[in-house]
Design a protein around this ligand. Structure first.
Ligand code: 5AD
Ligand code: SF4
Length: 448
């Protein structure tokens, strides 16, 4: 391996990673980047400039899959120009045997395919391709936890930390338990050690990641883990996602209320407003229970933002079921929502259900839902006008280079005029305008 490292360094070889999907995938790409840099690779400016191109894929919905095949296909011309270029594909989609095989058959120029459980093996896979000129396909079902890999975190004050992997819930539409395996929690001491090292390195906010953080069990439960992070580290802000409504406990609500470091935001996917559909989805709560939970959270943690995920067009969803979703959205008034058209995933229970809903009805429903939620999001954003909020400045706004952007504890994006030197700092911003996705404001000058 050492001579390979030397060769990579001497030739100053560069990598480029293209990531699809959720924050879990983005964080795994940071681990892959960490491994590659440890081998001597440096980051490339673009695919054209790279000696190693990796696609980290998602398979939660069908369009993610189509996009991946299109984009991997376009790499062929780069490979024709540079025969030493290595191409790898990994992530959730490669954990599905059929999809991985189809990719290998369609694109003979792909050198390495691996899954979600063996990222740490990447250096050995590269070695096998370079030295034995073998094509590598390794996507084992499940292995021990291997998260002692280096990480190259994205620039800026935000850091992600995995607290658990996998999911046991088997919501009937969802492929995640099949591609990410059963729940495995990281040891609490290791998590705390990792977080304690963040603030000396300039990080100001940590995102704790898990498919369902509420079922974290690393010797202690999730509320205790949060308590220990608040008590034993000096990271100023803590977020987490995702919370399953079926097991968000009173204890968790009281811990969030107790510690101001824990952000005033819960992402609480509801998926549907119809109790009948929720049962078919295997979500283990009813519409009424969800509404009751939100009321309890809001009563105990004033000002907390609640966001959600909603699926429309689940098999058998009637007009009345969809009307229940709309009325729930009106009743709860989410701060924002990710909305999805149901996409059948082969191997899941819902894909086999009768009464799959046609595209026409699905698109009519999603348009109506998005319009309703946009209106609510904008109304809620307008309610912030005149208030002064603490913003963690993340960097220069992508929309306007004269503006900086950052988030409030409630996860609202705020743009305001200010110098780039504010990146990583907390700033008090007086909100002047609330638009659909963003708040606009002005910095409150500190008294000399
Ligand atoms: N079709 C549509 N949306 C889905 N999600 C998960 N699986 C599917 C599917 N098969 C959505 C859920 C989940 C989010 C991450 O993706 O709303 O909360
Ligand atoms: Fe999928 Fe349900 Fe697990 Fe979330 S909780 S990852 S939706 S199975």
């Amino acid at each position: 391996m050492n001579h390979l490292k030397r060769e990579i360094k001497e030739k100053s070889l560069k990598y480029h990673i293209i990531t699809y999907g959720c924050q879990m995938n983005s964080h795994e790409s940071e681990k892959i980047a960490g491994l590659l840099e440890e081998m001597g690779y440096g980051p490339a400016d673009s695919k054209e400039d790279a000696d190693f191109i990796l696609f980290n894929t998602c398979c939660v919905r069908e369009n993610a899959e189509q996009k991946t095949f299109g984009n991997v296909g376009r790499i062929k011309k780069l490979k024709l120009k540079n025969k030493d270029l290595l191409v790898a594909v990994c992530g959730c989609m490669m954990q599905q045997k059929q999809a991985a095989q189809k990719l290998l058959d369609t694109f003979p120029f792909v050198d390495i395919v691996f899954g979600t459980h063996n990222i740490h093996e990447l250096p050995n896979m590269i070695l096998a391709v370079k030295e034995k000129h073998e094509r590598v396909y390794q996507a084992p079902e499940l292995t021990e936890l291997h998260d002692d890999v280096p990480q190259k975190r994205a620039a800026g004050p935000l850091a992600s930390v995995n607290i658990m992997y996998g999911c046991n819930n088997f919501c009937s539409y969802c492929i995640v338990p099949y591609v990410r395996g059963r729940e495995r929690s990281r040891n609490a001491e290791e998590i705390i050690r990792e977080i304690a090292e963040l603030s000396p390195h300039g990080y100001r906010e940590v995102m704790l990641l898990g498919q369902n953080v509420n079922s974290y069990d690393g010797g202690i439960g999730f509320p205790q883990l949060l308590t220990r992070i608040c008590e034993e580290t000096d990271i100023p802000r803590i977020r987490f996602m995702t919370s399953h409504p079926k097991d968000l406990s009173d204890e968790l609500i009281s811990v969030i209320g107790r510690y101001p470091q824990i952000c005033r935001h819960i992402h609480l996917p509801v998926q549907s407003g119809s109790s009948r559909i929720l049962r078919e989805m295997n979500r283990n709560y009813t519409r009424e229970a969800y509404i009751g939970l939100v009321e309890k959270i809001r009563k105990n943690i004033p000002g907390i933002a609640i966001t959600t995920d909603i699926i429309v067009g689940f098999p058998g969803e009637t007009e009345a079921d969809f009307a229940d979703t709309l009325s729930l959205v009106r009743e709860i008034r989410f701060d924002s929502a990710f909305t999805f058209v149901y996409s059948p995933r082969s191997g899941t229970r819902a894909a086999e259900m009768p009464d799959q809903i046609g595209e026409e009805i699905q698109s009519k429903r999603i348009i109506e839902l998005v319009a309703l939620q946009n209106e609510i999001t904008e109304q809620r954003n307008r309610e912030y006008v005149g208030k002064t909020l603490e913003v963690l400045v993340e960097g220069i706004s992508t929309r306007d280079p004269g503006h900086m952007c950052g988030r409030t504890s409630t996860s609202k994006m705020v743009n305001f005029p200010g110098p780039p030197s504010l990146t990583g700092e907390f700033a008090d911003i007086k909100i002047t305008q609330g638009k659909k996705t963003t708040l606009f404001g002005e910095m409150i000058k500190e008294e000399p």
